[in-house]
Ligand binder design. Structure first.
Ligand code: PMP
Length: 361
């Protein structure tokens, strides 16, 4: 049988492993930070109607500039953003890939603060960008001083700030974003994939865009918006930076079906986001209960919780899986990550964890 090693693959991809969150059909899937609540049925019907109308025109290519979608995204984000400040792609992974294709690439580097979202390194590899990681402060926080020191040391072409950070859940202060944007020579991306789950009143990096043409803020409809399967991510920034992404995208990269579905979901933004408060509540419940059981949950502004104090993470992962509960091994010794699900899913997880509790009585 031919193995990958037998093929003339690029030298810099040899030996690498693809993104690999396990895909398993289980009753309680809490491993990839989805919104586990299904989308409301009336919204689904409206989306179906819009997609049906788009199907009748599938003989034609879609709007290459996704004009209507840009306007709807600008409207949704507010902050007086104009449609030409918006970009969208098939998930924010593709948005980030466009950024690295345009602003990274061979001979250039991207900097992140580990542990952080595992796709950053893979996207860097795929685009031939050198991937550099710097450390964080205690409890995975990232202070302006720590972040600025790393930017000064490595002088990267792209900085990827994950706010809140995956897999740790750590919120990121705008002071850190501001400080990094002040010293960075290159593009600074703030990945706000989970920002809707932050404490109410938490300001977004969108508030910093004015006068900072190298600052980009990426978002996704996959998490709070409960639209992971549709693959819609987006970004806001200076019109010139957004325009640069048109150089690297494939023509017609957003299908007419995707555009129609996204417009339908955005037309019902309030209903789509209705479960966010409840998910935040379940996240708080996980943090409180895990601490009570004797684990060490970290501060989270996302829809998941990272916790330490696990003697044998793989054994716990396996034992939960045997009970139909899938969580995430993220490769940090003694730690696991769990997504906040529905109340019932969260209860199933917490009951299963009680068996492994350091404080078990
Ligand atoms: N950024 C972060 C921090 C994420 O955790 C994820 C999804 N796990 C993404 C981006 C990508 O999400 P999507 O491509 O579904 O928009």
């Amino acid at each position: 049988m031919t193995s990958l090693d037998d093929l003339p693959i690029r030298d810099d991809l040899r030996g690498r492993v693809p993104y690999g969150a396990p895909q398993q059909a289980v009753p309680v899937a809490l491993n990839v930070n989805e919104n586990t609540h299904p989308i409301p049925e009336d919204v689904a019907h409206d989306i179906v109607a819009r997609v049906a109308a788009a199907i009748l025109r599938l003989n034609r290519y879609p709007d290459r500039e996704f004009t209507e979608l840009r306007a709807a995204l600008a409207d949704y984000l507010g902050h007086e953003l104009a449609p030409e400040q918006l970009w969208a792609a098939n998930g924010s992974n593709e948005v980030l890939q466009h950024v690295l294709q345009a602003f990274g690439g061979p001979g250039r580097s991207a900097l992140g603060f580990a542990p952080t979202y595992s796709m950053y390194g893979l996207l860097a590899a795929g685009t031939g960008t050198e991937w550099i990681t710097a450390g964080r402060d205690d409890a995975f926080e990232l202070s302006p001083a720590t972040a600025v020191a790393a930017v000064r040391e490595h002088d990267p072409d792209v900085v990827l700030l994950c706010a809140p950070n995956n897999p740790t859940g750590t919120p990121l202060s705008l002071d850190t974003v501001r400080a990094v944007a002040d010293v960075a020579r290159g593009i600074v991306v703030v990945d706000e994939a989970y920002i809707e789950f932050a404490e109410p009143g938490t300001p977004s990096a969108l508030t910093l865009l004015g006068g900072r043409p190298r600052l980009l803020v990426s978002r996704t409809m996959s998490k709070a918006f409960a639209f992971a399967g549709a693959r819609v991510g987006y970004l806001a920034g200076d019109p010139a930076a957004v325009d640069a992404l048109r150089l690297v995208r494939l023509p017609y990269h957003l299908s007419a079906l995707t555009q129609a579905a996204a417009l339908g979901a955005l037309a019902h933004a309030d209903e789509m986001l209705a479960m966010v408060d409840e998910i935040r509540h379940q996240r708080e419940r996980i943090s409180i209960e895990l601490a009570r059981l004797g684990f060490d949950p970290y501060r989270s502004g996302a829809n998941f919780v990272l916790f330490g104090g696990v003697d044998d993470p793989h054994a716990v992962f396996q034992a939960l899986l045997e009970r139909g509960i899938l969580i995430r091994e993220i490769g940090i010794p003694g730690h696991l990550r769990v997504t906040a699900g529905t109340e019932a899913e969260t209860t199933a997880f917490l009951e299963a964890m009680a068996v492994f509790a350091p404080n078990r009585i």
